[in-house]
Design a protein around this ligand. Structure first.
Ligand code: RUG
Length: 830
């Protein structure tokens, strides 16, 4: 550090960061002219964005520095949130709002000749995630900073985030998303580099004291380089850190001999191989593929993060017995489970602790959030693969398993089959490591992400573990969303209207304050303004649809939206089959009957995993139906079917505020929570949904009369599937008519949809589309009816928003902090 004598001079020059419009303009222009080397003659919107972003980045980094210093000096426990995905979206708007300088920036940009909205929209989304899991991590970062928790996120700095989706001739086409061209939000930390080892072999030897030590050596080394992203809290100076690791060939790895002997390509090849580790995000949501590179990514990131965390702890000079008093590590799903094994390796092999002491530190430190019970999404890694890539880790896993099974054997001697059921190693061909079991055994708490889901994990995948550990190890933390991004940023006018009624923006940090909105249900002016805002949001979305698809939709129509990853369990197929049913019904109606109908726009959006053929077929069916319906003169505005290309966070900010109704219609028991359901309701849209995930708690909070529920319950699903398997399956007659229309070629070549239709008609209808079809269609009729009474509809919307306080991610983080992490906030000094 700087010597005492020079500190005064240093402080005098210390950067303060802008607060006024003039200062903002100074900073922005300075960055445009010097950092970007542009002038007022060639400053376009992108340059204006870059200048403004750099000005805000400077501001954030000042607070970031102070926060990090404060957290280092405080003798206090910290949280580390390990997630393979952080779906952050855009940062500039969020930074402006969180530091409270958006109006300053708006005025400053206007002075400089720009509209703030145009500038903000230049930013490329940071799309390092697939869907709900990654977005949850982003909301949690926002809440942890806002609530002043000393917390860091750890992830991977993918060179390519989730692919960009183009719809070409009604088919999804994937285009790589190279997002790092210009990213002002990250700070490379070339001085923070960790050597990560792969492959090699394990041997034992005696140390000087005659103690046997295990040594892992040989193999290859790859460097992990840290990139830091500041995370500003809302209305607080706390600015936390998200550290993302990027892979690079280790200096020792670059083969100079090869290079000097003219094998330039070979030596560059090694370099490229190392860089591949953090090159791409696997584009699968709720689907695991078991690829070696993915396992490499997981270990690379866990090992680098653990090294960093341990190094930071060691600086405190505290004994290891204090580790879990100072460090909480949260695993976002099983992807970071290797961190548990790596921690045990560090403590035993490197720090020389005995096994039992080390293991109790590990268990005290880690906690694991489960996000799915679906078998295809539960991670398992092949034993031979792990043996080759991480030989020492596999030994540790076997040792953990052996001790665990001994305990089970002793405690439940009568249940022999239990050993097979709970073993971390599945005795299959090849043998597999069950990561969810390893994560459960290595953690002190395991939570599900909505009540139903947390109950389900206890009765299905972790049933035996509840018997073994008792029920207290398992808990629930229902997911939430940050109201800063999902109300204030996405829907500024609604946020302003609410603030005008509640006397300020306190609801943004205490969302339960929204309940006061119920006092205004009789306030005609307020309701009128509310309605006008919803209409303006629909006009904005209609414009986006026009610009991107060429289709004009009537903003007065009922906007019915389903946007999320495309997956059979989420049942976009049920939605589009319902749309076809609606189309056929309208076609058969008399002009008189048609007059009574509320016009509809059915809007879909979402990406399919590139290898998920059935999901891609669903997209194609939606587009094909749209092609026919949208061009049917007979139908006009009564029905339009839209596919919004490349659904991502910034599009969600436009789409979410514009719904009248949104669809959350997964087969009961399959969607762990869902979070877009919360976003839509918070923005004054109603929802149609199954009794699944967080829909159940949303119903409890907002009241049954404010939600359109339908379909079979989770408890009936297994019996229905069983019945289907044994031939007890009757296709719903209305659904049959829909299939007949598809088969007749009405929506193009029927052959393209036959596998999709047959998955329902002939192959057991695993997702119960037929069983739920009638109830789905009937419930949509209720929606139509309800929408006719605009006054009553509006009341439902306002009442629902008023009752959404529970679903703030601030509430989640407080629950995690108190129940699981045992960590206290560290607010900045006034
Ligand atoms: O599918 C779940 C969503 O229901 C949930 O809301 C979200 C956040 O908890 O996580 C999603 N998820 C689950 N994404 N991947 C998985 C399994 O790895």
């Amino acid at each position: 550090s700087i010597p005492e004598g020079q500190r005064e001079a240093w402080k005098k020059h210390s950067v303060q960061g802008f607060t006024t419009k003039d200062q903002f303009e100074d900073e922005t222009v300075r960055h445009i002219e010097t950092t970007l080397a542009r002038s007022l003659f060639n400053c376009d919107e992108l340059a204006a964005y870059s200048g403004a972003a750099l000005a805000f980045r400077d501001r954030l980094i000042i607070e970031w520095n102070k926060t990090q210093q404060r957290q280092t000096f405080a003798d206090q426990k910290r949280v580390y949130y390990l997630s393979l995905e952080f779906l952050m979206g855009r940062a500039l708007d969020n930074a402006m709002l969180n530091v409270g300088l958006k109006d300053v920036a708006r005025a400053g940009l206007k002075d400089l000749g720009f509209r703030i909205e145009d500038v903000i929209s230049q930013e490329h989304d940071a799309a390092l995630g697939n869907g709900g899991l990654g977005r949850l991590a982003a909301c949690f970062l926002d809440s942890m900073a806002t609530l002043n928790y000393p917390a860091w996120g750890y992830g991977l700095r993918y060179r390519y985030g989730i692919f960009k989706q183009e719809i070409v001739d009604g088919y999804q086409v994937e285009v790589p998303d190279y997002w790092l061209d210009f990213n002002p939000w990250e700070f490379p930390r070339h001085d923070i580099t960790v050597d990560i080892q792969f492959y090699g072999y394990v041997r034992k030897e005696k140390d000087e004291d005659g103690k046997t030590v295990t040594i892992w050596e040989g193999g290859e080394i790859v460097d992990a380089v840290a990139y830091d992203v500041p995370i500003p809290g809302y209305g607080t100076a706390t600015t936390n850190n998200l550290r993302l690791w990027s892979s690079k060939a280790s200096k020792g790895e670059f083969d100079f001999q090869k290079f000097n002997s003219g094998e330039y390509e070979g030596s560059v090849g090694d370099q490229q191989r190392a860089e591949t580790i953090s090159a791409v995000l696997y584009p699968n949501d709720n689907l695991e593929r078991g690829k070696e590179l993915r396992l490499k990514q997981q270990y690379f990131w866990c090992a680098a993060s653990l090294f960093d965390i341990v190094r930071r702890f060691k600086k405190t000079k505290k004994p290891w017995s204090k580790f879990s008093d100072m460090v909480a590590i949260q695993l976002n799903d099983t992807h970071p489970t290797l961190a548990i094994v790596e921690m045990q390796r560090i403590l035993v092999d490197i720090e020389g602790l005995d096994w039992a002491e080390a293991w109790s530190i590990v268990q005290g430190t880690f906690s694991y959030a489960n996000h799915t019970v679906m078998p295809e999404a539960l991670e398992k890694w092949s034993v031979p693969l792990m043996q080759n890539l991480l030989p020492r880790h596999l030994q540790i896993i076997y040792e953990v398993n052996s001790q665990f099974l001994q305990y089970v054997e002793k405690t439940f001697p009568k249940d022999r089959d239990m050993l097979r059921r709970v073993s971390i190693i599945e005795e299959s061909q090849p043998k597999m490591v069950r990561m969810a079991y390893l994560a459960t055994i290595g953690s002190h708490k395991v939570n599900g992400v909505a009540e139903l889901h947390s109950d389900l994990i206890k009765t299905t995948i972790f049933k035996d573990f509840v018997t073994i550990y008792g029920p207290d190890k398992f808990t629930n933390v229902t997911n939430g969303i940050t109201p800063r991004r999902w109300l204030h940023q996405a829907n500024p006018k609604l946020s302003e209207l609410i603030a005008s009624k509640l006397g300020g923006y306190d609801f943004l940090t205490d969302l339960t304050k929204l309940n006061k909105l119920e006092h205004f249900l009789d306030d005609a002016d307020f309701k009128k303004e509310w309605q006008e805002i919803k209409y303006a949001n629909k006009v904005r979305l209609a414009q986006h649809i026009k610009d991107t698809t060429g289709v004009s939709v009537n903003p007065k129509a009922l906007f019915d939206i389903q946007v999320k990853r495309i997956h059979e369990y989420k049942r976009q197929q049920l939605n589009i089959l319902g749309v076809i049913h609606r189309y056929l019904t309208i076609k058969a109606m008399s002009p008189e009957e048609r007059k009574k109908l509320a016009p509809r726009v059915s809007i879909f959006g979402g990406k399919a995993a590139p290898g998920y053929w059935m999901a891609k077929t669903v997209i194609h069916l939606v587009c094909s139906v749209g092609e026919v319906v949208n061009n049917d003169k007979d139908i006009g505005d009564l029905l339009k079917v839209i596919y919004i290309e490349d659904y991502n966070v910034s599009k969600a900010e436009i789409i979410t505020p514009a719904s009248d109704i949104s669809e959350h219609i997964s087969t009961a028991g399959t969607e762990a929570s869902g979070t877009s359901n919360m976003k839509f309701v918070l923005n004054g849209g109603l929802i149609i949904g199954t009794c699944d995930g967080a829909n159940i708690e949303i119903t409890r909070e907002i009241g049954e009369s404010n939600i359109f529920l339908f379909g079979n319950l989770a408890e009936d699903v297994e019996d229905l599937r069983h019945a289907h398997t044994y031939g007890d399956f009757q296709l719903d007659p209305d659904l049959n008519k829909v299939f007949e229309a598809i088969k007749s070629g009405r929506f193009g070549d029927a052959g393209r949809f036959s596998a999709l239709c047959n998955s329902i008609i002939e192959h057991g209808d695993y997702y119960l589309v037929s069983d739920d079809f009638n109830s789905y269609v009937k419930t949509h009729e209720l929606v139509d009816e309800a929408y006719k009474d605009q006054e009553a509809w509006l009341e439902k919307c306002i009442t629902s928003v008023a009752r959404m306080g529970f679903f703030s991610s601030d509430r989640c983080i407080q629950e995690y902090a108190e129940m699981i992490w045992n960590v206290e906030p560290l607010p900045p000094k006034e």
